[in-house]
Design a protein around this ligand. Sequence first.
Ligand code: AMP
Length: 222
Amino acid sequence: MVVLGKQGSGKGTQCVKLSQRFAIPHISTGDMLRAEVKAKTALGLQAQLAMEKGELISDSLIIKMVEKRIELDDARTRGFILDGFPRTLSQAKSLDEMLSPQEIDMVINLEVPTSVVLKRIASRRVCVDCQAVYSLAKPPRFNWTCDLCGGEVLQREDDTEEAILRRLVLYEEETAPLIEYYQERNKLHRVSGLGSEEAVALRLDKLIRSYLKRREAKQTRD
Ligand code: AMP
């Protein structure tokens, strides 16, 4: 499954929930890159500057990273939820090639207006160790330490006003065309990302369960 949505649409939070509910690995290219930066690997050093500015990492680097990740056992056996990838048409086409003769099952576009995502990103705080997402309205229980791992909870380095605006422009230029790409291939499902975390999670749950039911019925017929 691929989950599309602007930065701040809540897709990271919802992907974590989906991953737990359906026991499918959550592959977030942003989280993977932040881990590389933290570990100061060659890839991390290459990616850091572009990430801080809100620019995209080159297609070839990111495609190699995803290709390696989806070949691991958990993804091969359980499938995966891709969050933050593909972000360009060239990445989407490479993903199709990587998976061939299999295909992505479904693509969800989590829809939230820009005015709402700007407010959400300004309030977003993230655990530096496990990347769990909090907000000023929903902080961790104790003193900005992560409820899950005890890590420090901070504002993301690329959540500056300048980088956020750049990421939103790039979203419109590079990522929005993917909506048409997947619509033409009958993969696209639009879901409103407005409302509480729980309300959005329920919408997604309903959609996926009905998709799985239809797929099961089709497999039985075939
Ligand atoms: P995210 O956590 O998804 O907002 O990603 C954080 C940053 O990582 C982005 O602003 C990009 O610099 C980089 N990044 C993540 N995924 C991709 C991708 N698929 N293609 C290019 N750059 C990416």
